[in-house]
Design a protein around this ligand. Structure first.
Ligand code: C2E
Ligand code: MG
Ligand code: MG
Ligand code: MG
Length: 290
């Protein structure tokens, strides 16, 4: 009896696996067509400086609106793109589009930054540095208006090699940050060896900041450690007043989240920049809500 149960269990399991695999394979093929059809595009989420109450820039977030599958989220398609190697084409598209937008916004808002997520496989690609340099050249973007985001695990993987790659990016003039900080492999030792400018507190710590004293303690510790190491801190996933107050009181440098604005199409962000950016030297606090 145990045997037949085991067998039934196995069949059920393998049926589920088949469905997962079938969607995976379908998405994998759909992605290639989708790229050709222009189904991938970027959204931009505003980032605010909490001290000066100024708009500092935006994070570029990839979207896929597939004719076949509807809207597919990056949490689903990025891992698939990584495992089938499609991330190289996708990563180039993201970089190029982000640079073109940075050039456009830089014309009327100098100093505005665009942050770009870099996946592990993309970073490990032998010609990653050349690709970045080529896109910077082709688009004419000022490298200082680009910020590249890496997760902890990506940076840690081949620590030695990565120091050189990150140094090369810094030399080009880009800003570097660590995304989803606190969720990955945390040997804090690496922070002092890598030429990092900022760390982003993962939104899982921000979510219950106000009600969960453990999350509050962790967020507070990350902020003070970052400042001791002369790194900037960005909080992600800020949704409410109380979270924002907490972060402002503890001198968190920047924040992004639904409280300010959800990710939006590039044209909408153009309007947002025009509405909220202030000219150099015209430092008046802005109302950031709504
Ligand atoms: P991430 O880089 O940590 O991006 C932040 C995610 O939090 C985004 O999800 C954003 O829409 C979401 N978010 C922003 N504010 C709030 C908030 O107030 N509350 C909540 N609950 N969520 C908020 P999204 O756009 O679905 O992206 C998910 C992940 O997919 C990203 O996490 C990033 O790891 C990856 N991703 C997105 N675009 C790219 C890309 O162009 N390249 C690579 N390699 N990965 C990307
Ligand atoms: Mg990110
Ligand atoms: Mg993040
Ligand atoms: Mg993430």
């Amino acid at each position: 009896q145990a045997k037949s149960q085991g067998k039934a269990g196995y069949q059920f399991f393998s049926q589920e696996m088949n469905q997962v695999n079938m969607r995976r394979v379908a998405l994998e093929n759909g992605m290639r067509q989708g790229l050709a059809r222009g189904e991938f595009y970027l959204y931009f989420q505003p980032q605010w400086d909490l001290k000066s109450l100024r708009l500092t820039g935006a994070e570029a977030l990839l979207r896929w609106h597939s004719a076949e599958f509807g809207v597919v989220g990056p949490d689903e398609f990025i891992p698939i793109a990584e495992s089938c190697g499609f991330i190289f084409d996708l990563g180039e598209l993201v970089l190029r589009e982000a640079c073109l937008h940075a050039v456009e916004w830089g014309r009327f808002c100098p100093g505005l930054k665009v942050a770009v997520n870099i996946s592990g496989r993309q970073f490990r690609q032998p010609d990653f540095l050349e690709t970045v340099a080529r896109i910077v050249q082709e688009t004419g973007v000022r490298p200082s208006s680009l910020e590249l985001e890496f997760t902890e695990s990506v940076i840690m993987e081949r620590a030695e090699k990565n120091v050189h790659a990150l140094q090369a990016l810094k030399k080009m003039g880009m800003k570097l940050s660590i995304d989803d900080f606190g969720t990955g492999y945390s040997s804090l030792n690496y922070l002092k060896h890598f030429p990092i400018d900022a760390i982003k507190i993962d939104r899982s710590f921000i979510a219950d900041l106000v009600t969960d004293s453990d999350d509050a303690a962790i967020a507070e510790a990350i902020i003070s450690m970052a400042h001791s190491l002369k790194l900037k801190v960005i909080a992600e996933g800020v949704e409410g007043d109380a979270q924002l107050d907490f972060l402002v009181e503890r001198s968190c440098d920047e924040a992004q989240g639904f409280y300010f604005a959800p990710p939006m199409p590039g044209e909408d962000f153009t309007g947002y920049v025009k509405r909220f950016s202030v000219a150099e030297g015209d430092l008046k606090p802005l109302s950031v809500a709504g």
